[in-house]
Ligand binder design. Structure first.
Ligand code: GN1
Ligand code: MG
Length: 369
């Protein structure tokens, strides 16, 4: 459906002047729409929800309602004490007062407000930026720490349960006829398979701690990579977490690790030259300091014990997810060329090795926080 016609379905004041793709998510399609009237301009975000990934759009919109209903009043009430304006997007309803619109082809669309004058960088800009990212994630965890986990519908059951991805990988090799062919087509793919075998036992670390009662489920973001953290254009301070579809009960460790694996890797997720993929310890330290400013009070000793493992584990998990998807024919992560998910897996596994080789130093700096 034509994007401008689609925008007519939503309740935004003014006239649409432009609508263009924005961001570079691997899952949903995102557009920035700008409306104007005589005196003002309104910018909103239009998204097509990837139904292959999120089969129940009503569930993620229900969750977004619960989340914003919990967080918005809190931000307003505490605004005068805060050292900055914290933001969180608001749902823009359709003219029929629904949270999303289904077009003639069955595609699901939603509109949310844009975070004002802020930028989400694809790469860490330096230690100050990393510290701000830490502050944003810590503050987010604090904001949702008392959100009743029962009010939220798990949008992607098993989303961050690493052993589940191992099982999925095994199933793909067993059931997908082309997977073996893809595996045997390149040395790279076989190297990835060996990398996975060497870490099978490790993959259950966080789940074991959860089952033993050492770690507890809390609300987590689910996808706090560097470009889901918005930085205020004028103050340089972090101002919002975006991409809220994966907010669900889980282990906040996966968030902590996910933010670090993306912030501390300057080369990004698509780098073809593996020698550029290195885990940066200065950025790690800066992020952790920013995070602890908000998280110090709710992290337990047991939580702290698993922080290093969480960084290593989520990096391994993402590499495994990319590799499994490559073997399955790239049916989950959007690609622009056929080897893209294989290369994404190579990058994460190299990053995982870089984390492993810095274990002592990472543990050392975590212990000082
Ligand atoms: C996906 O769509 P995007 O780019 O925000 C994925 C994350 C991965 C990320 C890696 C729902 O997020 O889990 O960490 O790609 N989101 C989902 O870039 O699978
Ligand atoms: Mg996402």
């Amino acid at each position: 459906m034509e994007l401008s016609l689609l925008m007519n379905e939503f309740d935004v004041a003014g006239r649409l002047v432009t609508i263009n793709p924005t961001g570079n998510g691997n899952v949903n399609d995102t557009f920035l729409a700008i409306f104007r009237n005589t005196f003002a301009e309104e910018q909103v975000i239009l998204q097509r929800i990837n139904r292959n990934v999120f089969p129940e759009p009503a569930a993620i919109m229900h969750n977004l309602r619960q989340l914003t209903a919990h967080v918005h009043p809190r931000l307003e009430a505490e605004g005068h004490e805060a050292d900055r304006v914290w933001q969180m997007p608001r749902i823009v309803p359709t003219l029929a007062n629904k949270d999303f619109f289904i077009d003639d082809e069955g595609e699901v669309w939603r509109v949310i407000t844009k975070i004002a004058s802020a930028t989400a960088f694809d790469e860490a800009q330096g230690t100050e930026h990393a510290a701000e990212c830490g502050a944003v994630l810590g503050h987010f965890h604090w904001l949702v720490s008392d959100l009743d986990t029962h009010t939220v519908i798990d949008p992607l059951p098993g989303f961050h349960v690493t052993p589940g991805y191992l099982a999925k990988y095994d199933d793909t090799l067993k059931d997908e006829p082309l997977a073996e062919k893809r595996m045997n087509a390149s040395m790279e793919a076989r190297r990835m398979a060996m990398f996975i075998e060497e870490r099978r036992g490790f993959a259950s670390t966080l789940q074991n701690a959860l089952e033993a009662g050492e770690l507890k489920l809390r609300m987590m973001h689910g996808d706090p990579k560097v470009n889901n953290i918005m930085i205020d254009d004028y103050t340089g301070k972090g101002t919002a977490m975006i991409d809220l579809d994966t907010v669900a009960p889980g282990l906040i460790h996966y968030d902590f690790g996910d933010a670090l694996r993306s912030i501390c890797n300057h080369a990004g997720e698509e780098e073809p030259n593996l020698s550029k993929v290195v885990f940066d310890l200065d950025l790690c330290e800066a992020f952790c300091k920013g995070y602890m400013e908000h998280a110090r009070n709710f992290l337990t000793d047991a939580d702290r014990k698993y922080l290093y493992d969480s960084i290593r584990l989520i990096t391994f998990e993402l590499g495994l997810r990319f590799f499994q998807d490559y073997l399955a024919g790239s049916v989950y992560f959007k690609i622009r060329h056929p080897e893209q998910n294989l290369n994404r897996a190579r990058v994460q596994f190299r990053l995982c090795e870089s984390i492993e080789s810095r274990e002592r130093m990472i543990r050392g700096l975590l212990a000082k926080l």
